[in-house]
Design a protein around this ligand. Sequence first.
Ligand SMILES: [Fe+2]
Ligand SMILES: [Zn+2]
Length: 442
Amino acid sequence: MWRVVANILLGAKVPGGRTCCPLPAPHGRALLPGTPRHRWQGAARRLHSARPLSMSLGIQKVEAVDAGHLLRVEWEDGSESRYPCVWLRDNCQCPRCFLRSAKARRLVFKDLDVNIVAKEVALAGGKKISITWPDEHASEYEAEWLKKRCFSEEARAEMREDLFLPECQYWGSDLQLPKIAFEEVLYNDESAYKWLCTLKKVGIVLLTGAAARQGELIKLGHRIGFLRLTFYGPTWQVQDKADANNVAYTTGKLCFHTDYPVLQHPPGVQFLHCIKQTTTGGESEVVDGFHVSNQLKKQNPQAYQILSSTAVDYTDVGVDYCDFAVQCKQRIIDVDSRGQAVRINYNNATRDTVFDVPAEKVRPFYAALKEFDDLLNSSEYKFTYKLKPGDIVTFDNWRVLHGRQSYESGSEVTRHLEGAYADWDVAMSRLRLLRKRLLKRD
Ligand SMILES: [Fe+2]
Ligand SMILES: [Zn+2]
């Protein structure tokens, strides 16, 4: 089963495109362009080593070092790990310190001595370490539990991959849109797992074969847990409407945007289900915002700096699910501590007329945004496709910008999509649970 899941992780049908971080090579396919062999081999090794590492490896020797502040553990295979005593005391697994039913810490921080040292350390049969603390409190740690929480660079990288799946695959106009049957995702765990993994890594997956009627997205919400309710309702209907309260509810062209940057926490995942499609126009467009951000950073670091530091005002006022007056500040490119884009917040329709910056910063901001927008729209990066009735496009609303070409209005509705949002926390939670079930891991 491990190998089956590893293969799913390895993404049997990933799209072509560049890679940003260690990427496993898809089985039975050539390496992706620009993917050095050693990089995917490294990732594959880590995936396969995840199990052996978490399997019980015996402890050869244990000793307190650094004046008792550190516990040095020597493993049977000759490797070693070091655990700070303050962390060990903080994470005592005894019933007084840890509530097993909630998998949560009972120990209160006030009672933790941050300078604590171990009074006595003992090894029990190579499988368990026991520590007696200066106040005679006793703690025990299983070898497997400790190994999983090793502080080495390599072990932490593996843990990050395991918990967050941080790797992503960049793409441009060469995207091979990943496709999975909707029914498979609903009823087959491996397919659901593959869907969520690909959604996280590639940022977009097309689900095919849903019924051409409202209500299919509710099923998708149940599959992961639940949908995200917003002011536009639990699900919302994208069609030409009289007195539209959103530019999406017209027949006009929609430029590349992310949905809802006016919310403090914009929806992470978006679903668009095609129920009716017009014959002329209405094509969908998507672009990998992280890939384009990297390009902007390369070609104009100053523009990148401006877009990743300027707080832009967004506004959305109206009535739908209930009346609303939403207001928020967001940076167009949100970055992490390393300066890497982690969320794009760009919607020209809801960008406020109010712009809370000094006047001299206005023109440089517009110039930077123009360069970003030009890149988003360049033929090298954007991918165009047309939804068919029964298609559900699912995509990362923090990463993938989407748009649509205009279409002609008629006397009756000629194009109808049902949309919904979900939070990444919910989607990732389901992904972890599915992986656990497929790997039969605790
Ligand atoms: Fe949208
Ligand atoms: Zn305890």
